[in-house]
Ligand binder design. Sequence first.
Ligand code: PLP
Length: 372
Amino acid sequence: MDVSAIRRDFPVLRDWVYLDNAFVGLMPAQVRDGYSGYVDQWYTFDTTGDRTILQEWLAKARRVREMAAAFIHVSAEEVAFDMCTGSGLNIVVNGTEWRRGDNVVFPEWEHNPLHTHTTARHGVEPRVWRPVKGVFDTCDLERLVDDRTRLVQVSQVSYVNGQRIDLGEVSEAAHSHGAKVLVDATQAVGALDVDYRRDGVDYVSFAPYKYLMGPAGLSFLYVKRENLAELTPDRTGWKNQIWGGDNPEDPVDLGTAEKFEYGTLHFQGMYAMERSLEYLNSVGIGQVEKRNLMLSRYIYDRLSSLGKKLWMPSPSESTIVSYFQEGALELAARLKAMNIKVTGRSAHGDHIRVSNHFYNTKEDVDRLMENL
Ligand SMILES: Cc1ncc(COP(=O)(O)O)c(C=O)c1O
């Protein structure tokens, strides 16, 4: 991997030590070109043959859907465009037929906890998987799941302590009781080489504005083929119309995840998204993950040798390393004034979160350490 050449594609890296990718990722220049491509096409009505601009956009959506599906090792028919991670969670929850006495299980500190207006209205019991000494243990999860558990939610990588959860183990624990697994993968896709078909999970929701270096306001929902028929779309519009009357657009195949898309999509974001996926594919996600884990281990070791109290007992095979720090907010602000960006938080106990991506270097990490 030619890291110097890559860094030239990210102009902001000239001036910043950016180790806050778990908050928002950086975009390469190519993604900006993607946005411009959308605007240019719109300004000139540059369409193929007698296609309308909407048909051009829908064609772009088909291409990006295929690229995103290949990226996470599932098929395009199992992927829907959505707005944000939490919206995917709501599609799954609202499309499920709840019965009184059902329960759901989710870890403490989920970004979008699986206790919604809908589950509350149906009297669904929320069961919380609590960490022990800051770490989640799958054995504790197994004790919470029973035959009335309908959904187990988990973040593949915790946005708090960076713990990477073994999704195969979670699937086994849930499926042995007939429960489904809903994954929040927003801190994983783009950073790690993921494969949701292999992991056997049921639903995955993720946003691309962190490690996928893509737009905000667009997200992806994976629904495993076997679950498509039983999950009812919670919204309806022209795109997934079931009313038998006229529809000026081509009907979508209601046997695919496209049935969850009901109206105009974030097409501009897709033009950008296409470029970010092309970029990551050209580097190779295997290489991206390898470099990411090398860097996060380096961060972990450097913090350890500075005597910092790390959240995880060992590096957690993700791109997030958190440590407890009194006055974390003030420290993050002081670092920002020096053009060094990390997250400082008081929620969950004062801590600093350092999060790398493949365009970072050991020198970036050294600059941070010199200033802690
Ligand atoms: C694990 C995780 N999920 C989801 C989100 C964002 O949620 P949404 O896409 O619904 O805004 C974040 C943002 O930091 C996150 O860390």
